[in-house]
Structure formats: structure tokens, C-alpha cells
Design a protein around this ligand. Sequence first.
Ligand code: NAD
Length: 399
Amino acid sequence: AGKTNIVVLGAGYAGLVSASKLAKEVGTDNANITLVSRHDYHYQTTWLHEPAAGTLHHDRTRIKISKILDLNKINFVQDEATKVVTEEKKVTLASGGELQYDYIIVGVGAISETFGIEGVYENSYHRWTVDGARQMKDRIEYMFARYHSDEAKEEDLTFVVAGAGFTGMEFIGELSERVPKLCKEYDVPRNKVKMYVIEAMPTALPGFDPELVEYAMNLLENRGVEFKLDSPIKAVTENSVELNTGESVKTSTVIWATGVRGNPLIEESGFENNRARVKVDDDLRAPGYEREFIIGDCSLIINTEIDRPFPPTAQIALQQGETAANNIKALIEGRPTEAFAADIKGTVASLGGKEAIGVVGSKKLYGRPAFFMKKVIENRALWILGGFGFLLRKGQNPF
Ligand code: NAD
């Protein structure tokens, strides 16, 4: 028999782990393993709020795929997968090419959810990618830089974050920490700068531990952030956000963080989905499909303890990458597949500087211990992705 063709789509946390595990466990004697990704680098999605606010260079959040994976064993294709044609067991690529597969792992990640709200695409920064983060940072700096020019407008120094989820809170944490430095650098009086976080629900971080939410909000308010709660955004214009309450906030820069949906490829490929996420079977296959696995932010799995979906996180994506690779190996060898079991260690969110909040196991953390834990978690992800050398090159100092 010929070799088995295994195709992995996406070089995020989920795709990288599965490709590397497949290379190790199934091996190149038995299979052709192909990884498809739009960029020739992997980026740490969980760090993007830092380059977005300009507190970390974007190169620190990415690494060449050739430095993590052995490309003698894995065939890397830099391209954008556009559709999985399940009836023909092939993937079509943006360049016009296509790839045949015997097994496929889809790990193409999430995009911003805009809920179809008017003006979001045109007038806000909503792309949480390396390029999107770079644009956010440039925009913020430019608004400071033009303060002393004739074009300057009052609203240029009003920054609005849409959504007080983890993404919005982590971003405003970084920005609020940086604003005093930007004021100094660009000779801008501190009282000219306004920062708003606008949230639909009655609280920031809905569903998270209320005591820790209060800690975070107090900290951010002390840095000059203003929260508008119970205020769903209904439209974004070139120079304002319009709220359901009837209020309008003038601003030149809106950072969009109201949640995520799966990659459009999921809808394009005809998998049964909810906001482009597929409720996968226990072994991570798409329901009704034998050879198609879906993992990471495009998958949806239920936390049976609370009967609600697990949030899409890097932690789960890393774990799913392993299980999907194991299951393909099992299928090739004619063994039964294993069920995925999420092992949630906790949730920690950084708030800029050396501040953070989190719950790890049953422990609540805030301040320095939480910050320390956040760095440990990030370094652990690097370790899983690329081993010790990778950790040394890209790791973050927890102190
Ligand atoms: P989210 O869904 O967690 O939060 C989005 C927030 O936007 C919600 O509070 C929601 O009420 C609000 N919102 C929705 N529509 C709105 C509107 N029209 N106007 C104003 N507010 C509106 O999304 P996220 O923060 O992007 O996070 C995405 C996923 O990634 C989540 O599952 C999150 O848990 C995870 N994440 C985790 C971490 C971490 O663990 N440190 C960091 C970032 C993201």
C-alpha cells in the first residue's frame, strides 16, 4: 500500500502540536504529513494584546515554522486553505492548487465576531493577528504624534475598546500602562487622553470571579480607564461609537474585542456549525465524518460539568492537537480512537505592567503572583510547542 496522506490546516497551537506529534508517532515511512499555513511563521495569539498596545515588539510573538518543525519530515505549504471538499477528500488552496488527503486535521482558528454590527469592519481594528496588532500600535502612536498638528481632532486621543472580555481587558491593561510613557514621548498632557471600555453586560468579564473582576476594574480605573457597562454597541462610525443607550462616544480609534467565531472555511466546507464552530464528536472528528478532525477555536466541545461549551483557548487547542494525532495513528493501525478529555489548569489574564488576575485550580490569584503564573503558563506553551531550545529563545521572564 502507498503512504497515507495526512494534511494539517493551520499552524496555530492546535495544528503545530498535531503536525509535530504525527511526524514523531506516525513517521515519514508510513505517511506524508503536510502542514498548510498562510504565513511561514507561528504566532502566539495569547500575547497579541502586547504588540497591539506597543508594549512588546511583534517579532517576540512569532517564530518561523522551520525553527519549530523538522521540515525534512513535514511538507510545509505556505498558502491559504479555502475549502475542504469532503466528497473528494481534497482541500482547495487560495493559490489555485489543491491537496488530496486520507486524513485531515482542521485547525484554522477564529476571527473576530462582529455580530453584523454596522460599521465594525470599516471603522474598527478587529484583526487579532501579527499584522492586525501592528496596525493597532501604529494607529495609536500616530494619534499621539499628530496631537500638535493642524489636523488634530479632539477625539484623536480617545481610545475605545469594544467588549470587556479577556481580550479587551488584557489590551486595555497594556495600553493604560503605556499611556503615561506615550504622553511623555509625544509631549501630550495626560488629561487629554481618554480610554473607554464599553461592555454590553452589567459587568466586565461576565462569568468570571466577581472579586477578581473588581480588583481588575479598580486597578484599570486608577490608571484612567472608564468603563461603560450595560451598554451594547450598536454601530461604529468613522469618528464615534453609538450605544444602545442612545449615547454616542466620539473617538478616532476603536479596538474591537467582542468575542470570536470560527474560520469561514468551516462554513464554506459545509460542516454543520454554529458561528463557524463545529460541535465535534468525542474523538474530535466532525460528526458524520470518518477522516476529518476539527480542533482548536473551530471546534466546540461541551464541558459536561456545567453543560456549557468550553471557551476556545490555547490550553485546549494544545491538548486537542495531541489527541487528534493519536487518533489518526489509531485509525491507521486499525485501533479504536480515544475520547478527548480537557484538562483545564486555570485562567489567568494579564493587566499590564506586572499585574494580572487569575484562577488556578481552586486558588484565586492577583497582582504579582498572578503575573508570575501568567508567564509560567506562556512559557509552558512554548515548551509544548518547541521544547527547551524554543523556550530559551522566546520565553518570557516571570520576574
Ligand atoms: P469574550 O466573548 O470572552 O468577550 C467579549 C465581550 O464583549 C463579552 O463580555 C460581551 O458581553 C461583550 N460584547 C459582545 N457584544 C458587544 C457589543 N455589541 N457591545 C459591547 N460589548 C459587547 O471574547 P474575547 O475576550 O475575545 O475572548 C475570546 C475567547 O478567548 C474567550 O473564550 C476567552 O476566554 C479566550 N481568551 C482567554 C484569555 C486568557 O485566558 N488570558 C485571553 C484572551 C481570550
